[in-house]
Ligand binder design. Structure first.
Ligand code: SF4
Length: 368
């Protein structure tokens, strides 16, 4: 897929104090890309567009080079213990994107350049987490004869971090290079593991770096109908499968996120086709000794997301009818609309069976 090139790049003044900020500045200055130095609060005003749709489309072509000031880590269940970000948002245009809820008012792309500080925070967090874990678990880790179970102790100390919950880091990797550095950083950590998910194929710079199998790559897959109808400006199904194959050959533990799983006319035959072509194309090519993992996420939307989706994609074919859904309390204190229990159970049972029959040695990590 063609690499993203922004229309304009905003630099927060503080970002230019970091080597990566300067490096990105040098890359774009004296090019036809508009370069603007401005504080983050002025960015939206400087993105052209009269309507919400226009503004959104131009924001998706606007990159902000920024500093990640967050030094606390949010919990990221069920995909990992915690999350952190190297980027936020992405040039992809998925109509259902979960960021319509959390970043609806700031749909521009960001890269964070204070990588060393982010690494320091992660190391400190892992250290504290390990200490707390040992203190909390010391009773459980003792067997009936009082012996310490060191295997369990070791398991308790591993802390996992999701790096793709605010956006797709692969989509901007050719500009920042920060995911490669992060993978190498996690490769040196005894007690930290990284989890990445992507819909992009920009992985060639990651194939020969020292990852030490500490990064678990998951590729986001879906039926042809969902990819073609809702996941604009992302890679095709074939490109994603090829990406997974490349990463696996480079020794990364590999998984797939099937999300969002959507019920529509013919959904069962299309998801059947997805798993069967995945098995044919990748089944024998997985090089990692670790089992393939699957994560299953049914479609959901919030009231905020619905409002923005209808403004940005007035002809969307997404089913956003609340009457077809049930409410579930979600992260960040918001209700979301998910499929009613019987439909959710049907999705779970159907996709689980497809995975078991096509990938008998794989692990299904969760359905949500
Ligand atoms: S690729 Fe991911 S982050 Fe980007 S628009 Fe699609 S769902 Fe959102």
């Amino acid at each position: 897929m063609k690499l993203f090139r922004p229309e304009r790049v905003f630099f927060e003044p503080s970002a230019l104090k970091y080597p990566l900020g300067r490096q990105i500045f040098d890359r774009f200055k004296n090019t036809d890309v508009e370069v603007v130095e401005t504080p983050i609060q002025n960015v939206l005003k400087k993105i052209p567009g009269d309507t919400e749709r226009e503004k959104f489309a131009r924001a998706k072509k606007s990159l902000v080079v920024s500093v990640n000031k967050k030094n606390k880590f949010d919990i990221c269940k069920p995909s990992a213990d915690y999350e952190f970000s190297l980027v936020s948002n992405c040039p992809g245009v998925c109509e259902y994107c979960y960021l319509q809820t959390t970043q609806a008012y700031k749909p521009y792309l960001r890269v964070f350049v204070n990588i060393e500080e982010i690494f320091e925070n992660i190391e400190e967090h892992i250290r504290q987490n390990s200490q707390n874990s040992i203190a909390n678990e010391s009773n459980i880790l003792t067997d009936t004869e009082g012996n310490i179970n060191t295997n369990s102790l070791q398991t308790q100390r591993i802390t996992t971090f999701e790096v793709a919950s605010l956006g797709d880091p692969l989509s901007l990797e050719h500009i920042s290079g920060s995911l490669a550095r992060t993978i190498e950083f996690f490769g040196t950590l005894d007690n930290g593991r990284l989890r990445v998910v992507t819909k992009f194929d920009n992985v060639d710079t990651l194939l020969s770096i020292e990852h030490n199998c500490h990064t678990h790559f998951r590729v986001s897959l879906n039926s042809k109908y969902v990819i073609n109808s809702f996941e604009h400006n992302t890679t095709s199904l074939e490109e994603r499968i090829n990406t997974a194959s490349k990463l696996s050959n480079a020794g990364y533990p590999i998984g797939f996120i099937i999300a969002p799983i959507i019920i529509y006319e013919g959904w069962k035959s299309e998801y059947t086709e997805l798993f069967s072509s995945l098995r044919k194309q990748i089944g024998s090519k997985i090089a990692s000794s670790k089992p393939i993992t699957f994560e299953l996420i049914q479609h959901r939307f919030t009231a905020t997301a619905k409002e923005f989706i209808l403004q940005r994609y007035p002809n969307t074919k997404l089913d956003l009818n609340e009457e077809n859904r049930q409410l579930k309390w979600g992260k960040f204190g918001r209700f979301k609309y998910v499929y009613p229990k019987d439909k959710a159970n049907e999705i779970k049972a159907f996709i689980t069976e497809l995975i078991k029959s096509n990938f008998p040695s794989s692990i299904i990590e969760y359905f949500t």
